[in-house]
Design a protein around this ligand. Structure first.
Ligand SMILES: *Cc1c(COP(=O)(O)O)cnc(C)c1O
Length: 457
């Protein structure tokens, strides 16, 4: 074990040491390599060094999402402490679906969840589940909300339960609704204001009209940090609206949630404590590697009601004070995800996360100010969290020119950015959210953007 893991760690140390100088993206998969990677497993064993070499080559063909110059999409980085936790979890291989089988590690995971519930001001009786990501958290939330507000067998078809999102909501909500059996006609995309926030008055009018027409509005989804623009919906006003209509109120905080650890973030997320449920992505704003999401539910009994079931082969197990995670979500056998959060949080301390998130707020704010001051650029939206949106000021073929702008920026190999469509217009986005991204990297990104803008205009 020691020899094998030393080899793996040596590869990883070299990888992490090289991140600062690595190209921002290498996306072409050479044909020969693709063939080699797709080979079936052999009958006879292979030595580990040869296999690690294959892994190294395979990993190289990628957008460098672990590196400090990844500004393209929201998740990135990946704390090494979390990888160590994963090694522990997978070697210990405790079954954490039912608490009696591994009470110790279930207690540890439960401790992380209770800390999260307190962080967001949820009352006693709240609880939750660690998932593989925000999409799975959203699916469990949606079926819990349906069960809680519409009851058994309702919601699809006859009783016409309706779900309210906005034109900026992450598409995982639509996907979850479809998987749960809701036709598209039972989803309402509420309009947003000029600042891309849900228009509360318009929402009230839509919901009232639907009720008058015999539908049953049961779920309102607000976002604390939209994926496209990092915008926060009016969380407290929407909580009041949901309450007036007896609707389940979900706050999608997959991107913005952990900014709650900072003073500025907590002020901007005010109202989130009134949610019936909150989805979070530790693999975004807590810098963890891909594969960790969380769902918090104000009344955890609603989550249990939607997911629990009996089975003859489980009759030996009676449960106790600790949660049985298998009864809170879709999975019976699940990875032990608690350690992935627990180890980095305890090893580094919460202050380190707060400081890193504050740094990202500062860096994004700085980039927003710098780009706003550049006469060649239009910076159409404020920067509430860590996403900065911008585009070239252009006339007729604005989208075409901005597409070229993005391609040329990424072609430098120094940074990786992406674009989105806002109000139908192609807009570039710079998202600062890796624990490895510091001032020098953001300065370089802004300087690359300026140089490319200069070469086009
Ligand atoms: C990323 C994201 C999601 C989806 O989460 P995954 O972890 O990618 O499944 C949902 N909502 C928002 C606002 C997001 O940014």
């Amino acid at each position: 074990m020691s020899v094998l893991s030393e080899r793996v760690v040596a590869l990883l140390a070299e990888f992490v040491d090289g991140l600062d100088d690595a190209p921002a993206a290498r996306v072409e998969l050479p044909e020969g390599l693709a063939t080699a990677l797709g080979r079936p497993p052999p009958e006879q064993p292979t030595e580990l060094p040869a296999l690690l070499d294959t892994v190294r080559q395979a990993a190289q063909v990628a957008v460098e999402t672990a590196g400090p110059r990844f500004f393209g999409y929201i998740p990135g980085g990946g704390l090494f402490a979390s990888a160590l936790a994963e090694l522990l979890a997978q070697t210990l291989n405790r079954y954490t679906g039912l608490s009696e089988i591994a009470a110790g590690l279930v207690a540890l995971e439960d401790g992380v969840l209770r800390w999260l519930c307190r962080l967001f001001g949820l009352p006693p009786g709240a609880g939750g589940l660690l998932t593989t990501g925000g999409s799975m958290a959203t699916l469990s939330m949606l079926v819990a909300a349906r069960q809680d507000r519409l009851g058994d067998g309702a919601g699809c078809g006859a009783t016409v339960g309706t779900i309210y999102i906005s034109d900026q909501t992450n598409h995982c909500v639509r996907k979850a609704a479809r998987i749960a059996g809701f036709p598209a006609t039972q989803l309402r995309a509420l309009s947003t204001t000029a600042e891309l926030r849900i228009d509360v008055e318009a929402a009230e009018a839509t919901i009232a009209a639907d009720r008058a027409a015999g539908m049953r509005p049961f779920l309102l989804v607000a976002t604390a940090g939209t994926t496209s623009a990092g915008v926060i919906d009016p969380l407290a006003d929407l909580a009041a609206l949901a309450r007036r209509h007896g609707m389940w109120y979900h706050v999608d905080a997959c991107y913005g949630g952990f900014f709650q650890l900072t003073e500025r973030g907590r002020a901007r997320l005010a109202g989130i404590e009134q949610a019936d449920s909150i989805s979070l992505d530790p693999h975004k704003s807590l810098f963890l590697p891909y594969g960790t999401g969380a769902l918090l539910v104000r009344k955890v009994s609603a989550l249990v009601a939607a997911h629990t079931d009996d089975a003859d082969y489980l009759h030996d197990l009676h449960g106790g004070a600790l949660p049985d995670f298998a009864h809170l979500g879709a999975e019976l056998t699940r990875g032990n995800r608690g350690l992935r959060l627990w180890l980095p949080l305890h090893l580094h301390g919460v202050h380190a996360f707060r400081a890193a998130l504050d740094e990202k707020l500062d860096l994004a704010h700085w980039a927003h100010t710098e780009l706003s001051a550049d006469g060649r650029l239009e910076v159409p939206y404020p920067c509430e969290l860590s996403t900065v949106l911008f585009r070239l000021r252009r006339g007729d073929d604005s989208d075409g020119d901005n597409g070229t702008f993005l391609r040329r920026i990424n072609a430098t190999g120094r940074v990786f950015l992406s674009s989105t469509r806002l109000r139908g217009r192609l807009t570039l986005r710079l998202c600062v959210l890796s624990h490895r991204t510091h001032a020098g990297h953001v300065h370089e990104a802004v300087s690359v953007i300026r140089q490319v803008a200069e070469s086009i205009t």
